[in-house]
Design a protein around this ligand. Structure first.
Ligand code: PLP
Length: 389
């Protein structure tokens, strides 16, 4: 049969995995290993831990995690992937792989909160400068690049405030000066934004979110195209001891086949809710990349092919924090909780003034994660909570 290029929906179902002869079935076998065995001393001495063809130690992965890594790389359009014990661990692995004492890293001001904290820690205790830039800076990032700048982090859209950056413009400016660009691509799950095609060098995913989809597993991944970058990541992965549990890997593999359909359902539900909220007098702005209120909406239109289930709204300034807290407390289907990407809808209010250097907007910000419930039921829930506010 000739090689056929399948769409992600199909290739998420038909993976390259082949079960052992005589034991054919769809699921990937769960291989556990801490101690691994060698047939003789010669084999023990000659085996290379970087090769995925045989064991050297369980920490580097087993055939189960190698299948997941191959599938995550395929989704992103990358070549190499390493999974880590959490999304935050994946971020840390990128920093430790590509930064050293005396280097400089640039992060968007709306970067995932714990990533910002990690940057500040690098600056305080590791003599690496971490500077935070306006996520809408675009090509203007060129002016911030110093001779010791090694890495520029991006996130599309940024956490909570949802600005969509001009990724190609940032990549061009970075590459002009030989600086690497990494992206936290969790919101788009590798499905709605093909980061490598827009110039990004290193893609990070919080697999905890859509890839897992179960609100149960914590995992991260880093994907690259270039062998040289992969070698640095593998060393960091090995040195940091970022092995993952194979039962968790299996749960993610089990969820992955339905990710495309779940993602599209989250997208459709979120857009329905966002459109309904846009028409409400209580809401001043809908910060959903597919809506014009959202800074960088034009870049989303140009570069993205879909949207995730996560967006924020800003309430009219006449409502106090006490009132919007009452709104969140009055929701019944929406639960109050961090993390997202699972079947359950979530809602969290944020205090933006402490989170952003220059937050000028009046009105309280509330973030919604739209799960897999009926959008009509979710709208009814929001309607009753608005009435109680
Ligand atoms: C959740 C999340 C992370 C971190 O993932 P964990 O597995 O919870 O550590 C990183 N970036 C973004 C955008 C996230 O939403």
């Amino acid at each position: 049969m000739s090689e056929q290029k399948n769409t992600p929906q199909t290739s998420l179902v038909h993976s390259a995995y082949r079960a052992p002869d005589g034991f054919e079935a769809f699921p990937v076998g769960i291989h556990h290993a801490s101690t691994v065995l060698f047939p003789n001393v010669e084999a023990m001495r000659s085996r290379d831990w970087r090769e995925k063809l045989g064991y050297t130690y369980g920490l580097h992965g087993t055939p189960t995690s190698f299948v997941l890594e191959a599938r995550l790389a395929e989704i992103e359009g990358g070549t190499y992937c390493r999974v880590t014990p959490s999304g935050l661990a994946a971020i840390a692995m990128v920093n430790f792989a590509f930064l050293k004492t005396g280097d400089d890293v640039l992060l968007p001001d709306n970067v995932y909160g714990p990533s910002k904290d990690l940057g500040q820690w690098l600056q305080r205790d590791f003599n690496i400068t971490a500077r935070f830039y306006d996520p809408m800076i675009g090509a203007g990032i060129a002016d911030l690049i110093e001779p010791n700048t090694r890495l520029i982090w991006t996130e599309a859209p940024g956490s909570v405030s949802m600005e969509v950056p001009d990724i190609p413009a940032i990549c061009r400016a970075a590459h002009d000066k030989n600086v690497l660009v990494a992206i936290d691509n969790t919101w788009a799950a590798g499905l709605a934004f093909k980061a490598f095609e827009h110039g990004v060098d290193i893609v990070m995913q919080a697999v905890t979110k859509y890839q897992s989809g179960g609100s149960d597993v914590l995992m991260g991944a880093v994907i690259v195209r270039e062998q040289a970058l992969n070698e640095q990541l593998e060393l960091a992965h090995m040195r940091l001891g970022f092995g993952v549990g194979m039962d968790d890997v299996y749960l993610v593999l089990r969820s992955l086949s339905s990710m495309r359909l779940r993602f599209d359902a989250h997208d459709a539900g979120a857009r329905k809710l966002a459109a309904w909220l846009k028409g409400r007098p209580e809401i001043a702005a809908v910060l959903h990349p597919a809506f014009e209120d959202c800074p960088g909406h034009e870049f989303w239109k140009r570069d993205f092919t879909g949207a995730g289930g996560l967006f924020s709204v800003i309430f009219d300034a006449r409502f106090s924090e006490e009132q919007t807290d009452r709104f969140v407390d009055s929701l019944q289907l929406f639960k109050i909780g961090y993390s997202w990407g699972g079947a359950h809808s979530l809602c969290v209010p944020y205090r933006m003034r402490g989170m952003r250097r220059q937050w000028m907007r009046e009105g309280q910000l509330v973030r919604f994660n739209v799960g897999l419930e009926s959008p009509e039921d979710l709208i009814r829930d929001i309607e009753q909570a608005l009435a109680r506010m």
